[in-house]
Design a protein around this ligand. Structure first.
Ligand code: ADP
Length: 341
């Protein structure tokens, strides 16, 4: 079976994506499509901070992978005219590493911590005083000769990113002046992103092909860009290089991404609820065992999009398949399910 992270429609970055991610990443607010409210608020914060000569207030970006959290951090640095220092929660193993990162920051720089919910409690606690008072305590020496030194830091901006707000501690969450939740993109926004990316990669694409790719990209720019690149491969081999609607459809069908942006694994998830558990409700642990996938993978990878699109619902007694799921799989919903939805 294909690993969750290797699916064509995985929202996680895959190795072959990386060079393209850099090339396709918008560097300015003007090129960043969608997320209107967040974008216009951040624009104001950057402008105000620049006028005052201060760092931008600390920003927390929440939302599923591939929606533009890293991109927004890069844009913040670019627009504020400062350096961006990128790291992630699991990469900062102890306080010393945090101190090394923080003391490297120049005035108003941005420190981007991806997966900030995965910081260790000790590191997290040290980060509190750093973001509040721009100082950090470091221990110098060992045993009875150990001394605690207080280091002053340049004022900086912490941009934290997390896919799981629920896992972030309350004290950490409260340190951010602006918590922003990124939403899945609408098809017309994704279509704009596909058209822009095609232009940057020199791919000839028709508007209806852009829309087709957008419609099957699960509201996620990273997936849209990947499906565009795969579409280009098919276009080069199957047609004269131009990506038209027919080629786009053919390539997406061959990649097993259906009209709703679901792949085999999504359909299997829904089929298990429908065929083995009469449409649910079924507990998450039972589902995890039936699908031989860890519970976390189900919750982080499969469910967000299926929930958002209304294919499944979360109830107190477990997951249920909605009527939309039944009809998507060409099955008729039992009467109990018809009453529910
Ligand atoms: P995240 O950090 O949330 O996982 P990224 O910021 O790495 O997501 O975005 C993944 C890719 O999607 C980027 O390389 C970028 O090209 C593209 N992307 C994301 N958001 C947008 C957007 N709003 N407009 C254009 N491209 C975007």
């Amino acid at each position: 079976m294909v690993e969750a992270a290797e699916r064509s429609i995985s929202a996680e970055a895959q190795e072959p994506d990386r060079p393209y991610e850099v090339a396709l990443r918008p560097a300015r607010f003007d090129d960043f499509v969608g997320q209107e409210k967040i974008r216009s608020n951040l624009r104001v914060f950057v402008e105000a901070a620049r006028r005052r000569g201060e760092p931008v207030d600390h920003v927390l970006l929440c939302g599923p992978p591939g929606l533009g959290k890293t991109t927004l951090a890069l844009i913040l640095a670019e627009e504020r005219g400062v350096h961006l220092h990128m790291t992630s929660g699991p990469a900062i193993e102890h306080k010393g590493q945090l101190a090394a990162l923080l003391t490297k920051l120049e005035p108003n720089d941005i420190l981007f911590i991806d997966e900030i919910h995965r910081l260790t409690p000790a590191v997290e606690e040290n980060l509190y005083t750093a973001v509040e008072d721009f100082r950090i305590d470091v221990v110098h020496g060992d045993g009875p000769y150990a001394q605690s030194l207080q280091l002053r830091l340049h004022p900086f901006t912490l941009v934290g990113a997390t896919t799981r707000t629920g896992l972030l501690s309350n004290p950490m969450r409260s340190r951010f002046g602006y918590p922003a939740r990124l939403e899945y993109y609408a098809p017309d926004e994704l279509s704009k992103i596909v058209t822009r990316s095609a232009g940057l990669l020199g791919i000839e694409i028709t508007p209806d092909a852009s829309q087709e790719i957008a419609a099957r990209s699960r509201g996620t720019p990273r997936i849209a860009n990947r499906l565009l690149r795969r579409g280009r491969d098919f276009a080069e081999v199957l047609s004269n290089g131009a990506l038209d609607l027919e080629t786009a459809r053919e390539s997406l069908d061959r990649l097993d991404v259906d009209r709703a942006g679901l792949d085999d694994m999504d359909r299997k998830y829904m089929r298990v609820i429908i065929e083995h558990y009469d449409g649910g409700p079924v507990g998450i642990e039972t589902l995890a065992a039936a699908l031989s996938e860890p519970r976390d993978t189900l919750e982080d990878v499969y469910e967000p999009y299926l929930l958002q699109q209304g294919f499944i619902a979360r109830t107190a007694r477990g997951r249920t398949a909605t009527r939309k799921a039944f009809s998507h799989l060409g099955k008729s919903a039992p009467s109990s399910q018809r009453d529910l939805f």
